[in-house]
Design a protein around this ligand. Structure first.
Ligand SMILES: Nc1nc2c(ncn2[C@@H]2O[C@H](COP(=O)(O)OP(=O)(O)OP(=O)(O)O)[C@@H](O)[C@H]2O)c(=O)[nH]1
Ligand SMILES: [Mg+2]
Length: 389
């Protein structure tokens, strides 16, 4: 992640502890060691792989005399450079301000030295209150704006669901290949790069399965271990696409030796979002990077159906489509429709959404076809006056 943020990593330091040191995060001996390295390498930034408390961050900054970032602020700054739509920008700004608010005191300790002694209300403290008030005001403005965007999206979603299509959401660890897969499946033109958090905004495309059934497939923000809670809450609206999906495609980069830890991270986040019970299809991606692959070695998979593909080369993508069709088959039923000749629009809808097997022209048009039961009923419901089964 540091490299993603254009930082040049010169050294990594580890310490095993029962729990972080309450003041310094690291043990005091380790802090001394770190201080020596900072001087030796003339490091400009020190990043901790956990979130630091505001006071730990402050104390370390005083001792090490360099900028201290934590995992959260690093992720936030990467998100900030990735946010392209207005909504994503607002969501990131919200998360950043939330992160900043309890950390503002630093400026005060620095300014108060100019004012009175310790314990007096110097000019710095007043400034701090003003700053905090402004931030809270901005937070509530952003919240209102995000709420409006959310409402607009709900209207769009309602419009989309005039004829309800099964919705499939792609989830998975960042860099797993979700956007590449969406592009491969639907010729979408989504930004897919060897970058962390390449995607922040959800993109939805229509995909026609081999059985002729159209579905909606959505690509969205990738997950990461210890994803900051500020981001989870501010991206909740975006992640609603995930929570409301009928099926999750859990994309896994199987060429990464840590893939099973990544699967667990994603599972935990799904639970947190309330999406833990949505049916899943695990998609092991990047098989083109493996010398050989042996599905039997993978034992965690009893939990959900799975397939192996390469989103980049397109290898075995048909097995994924097949698995999607298998999932859809359970939701389909053979139905007979009688449609008056003047309702050719309904005939079109049925051809578009179902697998029509026969059409007979009698006093009405009689169609026999396999169709998603929800879709079939909706089409009939909308046109109840003129369609019978
Ligand atoms: N070799 C190989 N590389 C792949 C494959 N699929 C994706 N990649 C590469 O993996 C990198 C990440 O792909 P993305 O599609 O951006 O991944 P993502 O899951 O959308 O990532 P985020 O948007 O960051 O969550 C890109 O460099 C892709 O070219 C694959 O099947 N094989
Ligand atoms: Mg992506």
């Amino acid at each position: 992640m540091a490299r993603t943020a254009d930082l040049n990593v010169v050294l990594m330091l580890h310490q095993f502890r029962e729990r972080p040191h309450i003041r310094y995060y690291l043990g005091t001996g380790k802090v001394d060691e770190l201080k020596q390295f900072v001087d030796e390498y003339q490091a400009e930034v020190v990043i901790s792989d956990d979130e630091l408390s505001p006071s730990q961050q402050r104390t370390l900054e005083q001792v090490l005399k360099v900028k201290i970032m934590d995992r959260t602020s690093l992720i936030l700054s990467i998100f900030a450079t990735r946010a392209r739509t207005y909504e994503a920008q607002l969501q990131v700004e919200y998360a950043q301000l939330e992160y900043l608010l309890p950390r503002l005191t630093r400026m005060w300790t620095h300014l108060s030295r100019l004012g009175g002694g310790i314990g007096t209300r110097g000019p710095g403290e007043k400034q701090l209150e003003v700053d905090k008030r402004q931030i809270r005001k901005r937070l509530s403005t952003i919240k209102e704006k995000l709420e409006k965007i959310k409402q607009q999206r709900e209207i769009q979603r309602d419009r989309r669901s005039q004829v309800p299509l099964t919705s499939i959401a792609m989830i998975g660890y960042t860099n797993a290949g979700k956007s590449t897969l969406l592009n491969q499946l639907t010729q979408a033109d989504v930004f897919a790069e060897d970058l962390l958090f390449a995607t922040l905004d959800p993109t939805t495309r229509r995909l026609i399965l081999p059985s002729n059934e159209p579905v909606l497939i959505t690509d969205t923000v990738g997950f990461v271990q210890k994803l900051p809670h500020q981001l989870v809450s501010s991206f909740r609206a975006t992640l609603e696409e995930v929570v409301e999906a009928d099926l999750l495609l859990h994309v896994v980069d199987v060429s990464n030796p840590n893939w099973s830890a990544m699967v667990e991270t994603a599972e935990a986040l799904l639970k947190e979002l309330g999406a833990g019970d949505i049916p899943q299809l695990t998609v092991f991606n990047k098989i083109d990077c493996l010398d050989q692959f042996d599905p039997t070695q993978i034992d965690i998979l009893a939990r959900s159906p799975f397939c192996f593909i390469s989103a980049r080369t397109g290898q075995r993508v048909e097995s994924l489509l097949q698995a999607l069709d298998d999932f859809m088959r359970d939701r389909r039923q053979m139905m007979r429709f009688r449609v008056p000749y003047k309702r050719m629009d309904v005939v079109h809808l049925l051809h578009e959404h179902g697998n029509v097997q026969s059409v007979d022209y009698e006093d009405e048009i009689v169609l026999l076809g396999e169709i998603n039961t929800v879709t079939g009923e909706k089409i009939m419901g909308n046109l109840a006056a003129s369609v019978s089964v």
